[in-house]
Design a protein around this ligand. Structure first.
Ligand code: AMP
Ligand code: GLY
Length: 433
C-alpha cells in the first residue's frame, strides 16, 4: 500500500517510520531528516537517518497518488483537508473540519464534553474581560486561562496568582498575546495530579486505545517555566494500569464518540485525551484531534501491530484489530533551539547525529531541521530533534536516550534532564522492594 503522511515534524517522522515497515510512504512535505529529497542531496548530506521506503514531496497532498492519507498536524485538519480528500473518494485517517473543531475551539470541546457527561474541569468561555475576570473569583485556585483557538500548545496559563490570571485574560482578549486565537478565552479551575496522554483510534463508532504515555509540557526542569508543545515523553506509564485505561474509555471516550455521532460527526482518526489523574479520579483536560508530539515518538516504537493496517481499518470505518504493544519501555528527550518557546533561533549547525543514531535502541526523530548549502543539518524550528530510545525498563530507555543526547550538540541547544526520571526512580525502588 502507498501511504501519504501529511506534515513535517517529529510526530510525522515517527508515523512515517512505523508505516514504512509495511507500506511505501511519501511524506508531504516532510523534513530532510526523514529521507533524502533528491539523489544529489542523498550523496552530499550526512544522512544519519531516514528510512527505507520513505520519500518526500513538495506537492500538495491533494496531488499525491496514495491509497491512504494520514494527516499529522491539527491545522490542516481544522482547515478541512480531510474533507477535501474524502470528497475525491480518498481513504483518510483524520477527522473532517467538524470533528477537528474539538481542538480548533476549546469552548466547543468543553461544550461537547459537558453534553457527553465527560468528567472535566469547571469552566466558562468569554469574550469580555470583565465577565472572564469575575468568573475567576468564583473558582478556587489555581486558575487556568486558555486561548479558545489554536496556539501550538502555548496558549495556556496555569497560575496560583489571581492578578496574573487577570492580566493574562486582558492580554489574550485584546489580541496582544495570541492574536485572533485569544479573542475568546476559556477560564477553568486548575486540577492537580499527574498527567497522562491517551491516544485512542476511532473509526467513527469503534475505539481502540494505544499505550498511555506521559508528556512533559513545561520548558524547564521540575515543570518550571512556560508551556511548550512538549519537551519529552515516556511509555508505558506505570501509574496508568489497564483498568484505568478501561475506565477512561468508558467514562470519557465512548460518551464523547456518542455525542459526536449525535451531532452527525463521523470521526475517523485519533482522539487524544489529555488527562489529569486527580484524587477524585481521571479528568479530561482537553481533547486533541491528532497524534501527540512527542508522545507518538514513544508510543509507536512499542507497537507490535502493523500501523498501516490499523490506520487503514479506522479510515475505512472497520476498526477490528486490537493494537498490541511490546512490554519494553521507551523514552524521548526533545532537543530545542535557543530561545524556544518564545523566540527560537534557527540556522545553527547540528553536530553528532551520525554517532547518536548508531547507539543501541536509539532513534533520532527530526522535527525542525534543514540542510545548509554544504549539506549539513541545521536547526530550523523550536523543537529540533526528538531523541528516543527503547529498553527493557523505563530506566534503561531513559539512559540510552540521554546517552545519545550527549553526542548531539549545537549552539544554544537546550533540553530537560528530568524526562522520565521520577518513573525510572519509582521502578528502581519497586525493583528493590
Ligand atoms: P491543554 O492545551 O488544554 O492541554 O493545556 C496544556 C497544559 O496546561 C496541560 O497539559 C496541563 O499541564 C495544563 N493545564 C491545562 N488545563 C489545566 C487545568 N484545568 N488544570 C491544571 N492544569 C491544566
Ligand atoms: N505533546 C502535546 C501535544 O501533542 O499536544
Amino acid at each position: 500500500m502507498r501511504v501519504c503522511v501529511v506534515g513535517s515534524g517529529g510526530r510525522e517522522h515517527a508515523l512515517a517510520l512505523s508505516l514504512a515497515r509495511t507500506a511505501e510512504v511519501v511524506v508531504a512535505p516532510g523534513n530532510p531528516g526523514m529521507a533524502p529529497r533528491t539523489a544529489a542531496a542523498a550523496e552530499s548530506a550526512h544522512f544519519a537517518l531516514g528510512g527505507s521506503g520513505i520519500t518526500l514531496t513538495d506537492d500538495p497532498p491533494e496531488d499525491v497518488d496514495a491509497e491512504l492519507f494520514v494527516i499529522g498536524p491539527e491545522q490542516p485538519l481544522v482547515d478541512g483537508l480531510a474533507d477535501r480528500l474524502r470528497a475525491e473518494r480518498r481513504l483518510v485517517f483524520g477527522p473532517g473540519a467538524d470533528g477537528a473543531r474539538l481542538e480548533g475551539s476549546k469552548a466547543f470541546m468543553k461544550a461537547v464534553l459537558a453534553e457527553a457527561g465527560v468528567p472535566t474541569a469547571r469552566y466558562g468561555a468569554f469574550d469580555e474581560v470583565k465577565e472572564a475576570q469575575a468568573f475567576l473569583h468564583e473558582l478556587p485556585g489555581p486558575w487556568v486561562v486558555k486561548t479558545d483557538g489554536l496556539a501550538a500548545g502555548k496558549g495556556v496559563l496555569v497560575t496560583d496568582s489571581v492578578a496574573e490570571a487577570e492580566a493574562d485574560i486582558a492580554a489574550k482578549l485584546s489580541g496582544e498575546s495570541f492574536g485572533d486565537a485569544g479573542r475568546r478565552v476559556v477560564v477553568e479551575e486548575g486540577l492537580v495530579g499527574p498527567e497522562c496522554s491517551l491516544l485512542v483510534l476511532c473509526d467513527g463508532t469503534r475505539i481502540a486505545a494505544l499505550a498511555p504515555a506521559q508528556d512533559f509540557k513545561r520548558v524547564g526542569e521540575g515543570d518550571e517555566g512556560p508551556n511548550t508543545g512538549g519537551m519529552g515523553a515516556y511509555s508505558p506509564v506505570p501509574l496508568v494500569e489497564d483498568r484505568l485505561v478501561d475506565r477512561v474509555l468508558d467514562q470519557a471516550v465512548e460518551p464523547l464518540v456518542g455525542a459526536l455521532r449525535r451531532r452527525g460527526i463521523d470521526y475517523r482518526g485519533v482522539l487524544y485525551a489529555g488527562l489529569i489523574l486527580t484524587a477524585e479520579g481521571p479528568r479530561v483536560l482537553e481533547y486533541n484531534v491528532r497524534f501527540g508530539d512527542p508522545e507518538t515518538q514513544v508510543v509507536l516504537p512499542r507497537l507490535t501491530e502493523d500501523l498501516t493496517g490499523l490506520l487503514a481499518e479506522a479510515a475505512a470505518g472497520r476498526l477490528r484489530t486490537e493494537p498490541r504493544f511490546s512490554p519494553d519501555a521507551s523514552a524521548c528527550v526533545v532537543l530545542a533551539s535557543e530561545g524556544y518557546p518564545a523566540a527560537p533561533r534557527t540556522g545553527d549547525r547540528i553536530d553528532g547525529l551520525d554517532e547518536a543514531a548508531t547507539l543501541e535502541g536509539v532513534t533520532v526523530f527530526h522535527a525542525g531541521t534543514a540542510l545548509d548549502a554544504e549539506g549539513c543539518f541545521v536547526t530550523a524550528g523550536g523543537r529540533v530533534l526528538g531523541v528516543s530510545a527503547t529498553g527493557r525498563t523505563i530506566a534503561e530507555a531513559r539512559r540510552r536516550a540521554y546517552g545519545a543526547v550527549e553526542r548531539i550538540g549545537w549552539e544554544g541547544m537546550h533540553f530537560r534532564t528530568d524526562i522520565a526520571a521520577a518513573a525510572a526512580a519509582a521502578e528502581r525502588s519497586e525493583g528493590a522492594a
